[in-house]
Design a protein around this ligand. Structure first.
Ligand SMILES: [Zn+2]
Length: 265
């Protein structure tokens, strides 16, 4: 059996429900869980290095408070609670640029706690996996995450960004060529890049996903809902590619789509 985890990043208080519904209905209807990495209290003015506002803020409406908690969007929270195929993962705290690249363990710890508190007080279930904004961790923040989560999902790991005590394990994983590894009770997952990205050629997208799924025992597929609705307009061709992936995954007898919480169980 091969396992696939679908991870969609950046759901936040400003995410229109229709976007998630349009993208993920074919997954939910086929009983495939969708892991949403949810920003607990989104900062509304985060920009990329180019100066452009972050794509996941496209629905921001004129003047807005500096941060908006997920609980401030009851319609979205209700939708996520009603559709239990969505599994909630904590995605940073405010999703400021490289937020969890901090060397300050006390900051990382406070953001993790406050983020968790906001997800729970909104009425969402306890997240048991964590995704750092931009998949970027420092050694200090990784340590704080591992103290609280059984599953951490990242892109790849670099020795210099790991706590020193983890180095021998990391070297062992590298030598064995394993994408995923474990430190204590925490599982550290890698992914093969954002194969489902609007920046990638559409024609080879499904084949690349198939190669990744067939090439490993457990594959984390990462995507971003807002890329399918650039500045609010649905990108039909790209949405079609995502739905083709749903069809492929559902048709494979030896592939099971699971959630991060299935791993932590
Ligand atoms: Zn993100």
């Amino acid at each position: 059996m091969r396992y696939v985890i679908l991870r969609d990043d950046d759901t936040n208080a400003l995410t229109p429900v229709e976007c998630l519904e349009r993208l993920y209905r074919p997954f939910l209807d086929r009983g495939m869980p969708v892991n949403l990495a949810v920003i607990p209290s989104v900062a509304t003015s985060t920009t990329r290095p180019t100066g452009e506002l972050e794509g996941f803020l496209f629905a921001r409406n004129g003047a807005c408070t500096e941060t908006v908690s997920i609980g401030n969007n009851p319609a979205l929270v209700r939708y996520l609670r009603e559709n239990t195929g969505f599994r909630i993962v904590q995605h940073g705290f405010r999703h400021r640029y490289f937020e969890f690249d901090t060397d300050n363990a006390a900051d990382a710890s406070a953001w993790l706690e406050e983020g968790r508190r906001q997800l729970l007080s909104a009425g969402l279930p306890e997240p048991d996996a964590f995704v750092a904004p931009y998949d970027r961790y420092s050694a200090a923040s990784l340590k704080e995450c591992a103290r609280r989560f059984r599953v951490i999902s990242g892109g790849w790991y670099e020795l210099r960004r790991l706590p020193r005590a983890w180095w021998p394990r990391y070297v062992w994983k590298k030598l064995r060529g394993e994408p995923h590894w474990r430190v204590g009770r925490t599982l550290l997952l890698s992914h093969p890049g954002c194969l489902l990205s609007c920046q990638r050629p559409y024609d080879s997208m499904l084949d690349n996903v198939i190669d990744a799924v067939r090439g490993g025992e457990l594959t984390v597929l990462v995507t971003h809902w807002w890329e399918y609705f650039w500045k609010g307009r649905p990108n039909e061709a790209f949405i079609g590619r995502l739905h083709a992936v749903a069809e492929y995954l559902a048709s494979q007898k030896d592939v099971r789509v699971i959630s991060f919480s299935d791993l932590g169980a």
